[in-house]
Design a protein around this ligand. Structure first.
Ligand SMILES: [Zn+2]
Ligand SMILES: [Zn+2]
Length: 54
C-alpha cells in the first residue's frame, strides 16, 4: 500500500512520477535489477498534462 505522501503529490507535480519516486520499491518490483521502468522512461522527456496536479 503506497504511503499517504506517495498518493498526494503537491501542485505542479506529476502524479505518476511522484508515486514512482515515493513508492519506488513497490511500483518497480516487477522489474528486473537492470530493467528501466517503462512508465518512468516514458516521462523522461515530459509529463502528460492530465497527470500534473492542478
Ligand atoms: Zn511524470
Ligand atoms: Zn517507475
Amino acid at each position: 500500500m503506497p504511503s499517504k505522501t506517495a498518493l498526494n503529490p503537491p501542485k505542479g507535480e506529476c502524479r505518476q512520477c511522484w508515486l514512482h519516486a515515493y513508492d519506488s520499491r513497490a511500483q518497480h518490483k516487477h522489474l528486473g535489477p537492470r530493467e528501466d521502468c517503462p512508465e518512468c522512461v516514458a516521462h523522461m522527456n515530459g509529463h502528460p498534462a492530465h497527470l500534473i496536479v492542478r
